[in-house]
Ligand binder design. Structure first.
Ligand code: ATP
Ligand code: LTN
Length: 344
């Protein structure tokens, strides 16, 4: 038995982790270092649910064929990066109907004002001509994802912290209105890697939506030549000094050092010692490109093997969805009962 039993014989379950990623845009180094790498590192001690949140992707217009293809590519990417399907339930959000059902029920306890305050909504809405109702509702679906599993920990990059806090508020409100139902989750933001900046503009976070701009991001499937090219062109500054800094003018160099630090797992002192004999930013960029290429090489290889075996991928996703359903469906039922629906 995995779970420990305490003195009073209540089984103490392992901390439960839930996280997800939208299968839209390209999978980039920020997604990997800010989120996926942390998921892989924590997976052995925890009970994990990792989800490809395709319903979230629909909040902005998608090409149907491309969305379908990317959803499966993202699943292969999770596995290639080291997600172990024996340790984690890996599934596609739309395969588990409880997410959409739970979202509706949570909508009914969520004040509109909470959603209108979300910075991601304000940013995304400002960039679009036509804004769907779903874009505003996005964080409620995310709250359903998390709360239905009684997740204790939600590993995400810095930009998702506000959404996890909203999920906490919604969970607390439901518990207050209808009695104890949900565990209240904590966002787990990595100390390093939580905010990888664009390589073409270090004042903006590296983003999937901008990954088509050559030089902005390293995409996980980029060939070594392309990775070198992107790092060679990365923005730096005119100070010519290799050091960590929170000065916005030095954000480019700081970002390169941060990428190196999180991949190598070294301390700041060790990182600086590694570059003590570097001859300028050219050396720094090449060394960072090298560690990124070393890190991503095996992932790219495994990815190509996995994507060539679609039946195996579907089998793993079906197992993941079944495990997820067995947790989420009874929770939705409990919500329905508490809210006064006639449960069949
Ligand atoms: P968008 O196109 O909306 O910018 P994205 O690139 O931010 O998309 P998401 O699917 O929103 O990607 O994010 C997936 C995960 O990766 C989230 O946990 C998010 O916090 C993390 N993440 C995204 N970008 C970065 C980044 N630049 N640095 C660190 N973590 C990131
Ligand atoms: N909004 C998240 C993706 C997401 C998520 C979740 C993350 C949807 N549901 C539940 C953690 C937990 C993003 O990364 N853009």
């Amino acid at each position: 038995m995995d779970d420990m039993t305490t003195a009073n014989q209540t089984p103490a379950r392992r901390p439960r982790v839930f996280s997800g990623m939208q299968p839209s845009g390209a999978f980039h180094l920020g997604n990997y270092l800010g989120a996926l790498k942390q998921w892989v590192q924590g997976q052995d001690e925890k009970e994990n649910f990792f989800c490809i949140v395709d319903l979230h992707s629909l909040t902005v217009q998608q090409d149907p064929a491309a969305l379908r293809q990317r959803t499966r590519e993202f699943a292969a990417m999770y596995l290639a990066a080291g997600i172990n399907p024996d340790r984690c339930s890996l599934f596609i959000q739309s395969h588990v109907a409880a997410h959409a059902e739970g979202c509706w029920l949570l909508n009914c306890v969520t004040p509109l004002g909470w959603l209108q305050k979300m910075t991601q909504f304000k940013d995304k809405a400002a960039r679009q001509e036509s804004v769907s109702a779903a874009l505003l509702d996005y964080p409620v679906l995310m709250a359903a994802d998390i709360l239905l599993y009684d997740a204790n920990e939600v590993p995400v990059g810095e930009d998702q912290k506000q959404h996890v806090e909203l999920a906490r508020n919604i969970g607390e409100r439901f518990n207050h209105l209808y009695g104890e139902t949900f565990a209240i989750p904590e966002p787990m933001i990595p100390k390093v890697g939580a905010r990888i900046m664009g390589l073409d503009d270090a004042s903006r976070k590296m983003s999937g939506s901008n990954a088509h701009i050559r030089g902005h991001a390293v995409r996980l499937l980029d060939e070594p030549k392309e990775i070198e090219y992107v790092f060679k062109r990365a923005v730096t500054d005119s100070h010519g000094e290799i050091r960590f800094s929170d000065d916005p003018e030095r954000a480019g160099v700081n970002n390169l050092l941060g990428i190196y630090k999180v991949i190598t797992g070294r301390s700041e002192e060790q990182v600086l010692a590694d570059f003590a004999s570097a001859r300028g930013y050219g050396d720094l960029k090449m060394r960072v490109a090298e560690v990124v290429i070393e890190e991503l090489g095996p992932i790219r290889e495994r990815y190509h093997q996995l994507i060539a075996e679609p039946a195996e991928l579907d089998r793993l996703l079906a197992i993941g969805a079944e495990r997820a359903r067995s947790v989420a469906a009874p929770k939705v039922r409990e919500m329905m009962e508490k809210m006064g629906l006639v449960v069949a």
